[in-house]
Design a protein around this ligand. Structure first.
Ligand code: HEC
Length: 107
């Protein structure tokens, strides 16, 4: 009985922690999101499908993607060969976090 009660309380608090973490928005980990959604085709910021369009600054800027907004736009409306990501799949906040990660990481 005691043990069961303890288990209930433990599970309940885990649930609360998990839910609050989600609701408060927390801090989105751009790298983790990138690894989940993008790294398959863009390993280490490269491009496995179109080598002229890597995520390195040099390529990005040559292709007109100057800032985070341009990168987010690319996720929503990509060119040939890239999967498109709608808001359901990738919230604006997550897309922005990924874009910031790309700018910070692939120089
Ligand atoms: C199915 C493979 C695939 C996936 C998954 C993918 N991409 Fe791409 N990506 C491509 C291809 C192919 C291109 C070149 C498309 C073009 O011609 O515009 C590209 C181009 C880009 C570019 C433009 C690079 C440049 O130099 O012009 C950016 C930025 C980019 N992807 C970001 C992302 C992000 C962020 C994600 C994850 C949310 C992602 N991609 C997921 C295949 C992919």
């Amino acid at each position: 009985m005691r043990v069961a009660n303890f288990f209930c309380i433990a599970m309940a608090s885990l649930f609360i922690v998990a839910t609050c973490g989600q609701a408060s928005g927390g801090k989105i980990d751009g790298k983790a999101e990138f690894d989940i959604h993008c790294s398959g085709c863009h390993p280490d910021g490269g491009n496995a499908i179109n080598p002229a369009k890597t995520l390195q600054k040099m390529n990005r800027e040559a292709n007109g993607l100057k800032g985070a907004r341009d990168i987010v736009r690319k996720m929503r409306k990509p060119g040939p060969g890239m999967k498109s990501f709608n808001r359901k799949e990738l919230s604006d906040a997550k897309a922005k976090a990924i874009a910031d990660y790309i700018i910070k990481t692939f120089k």
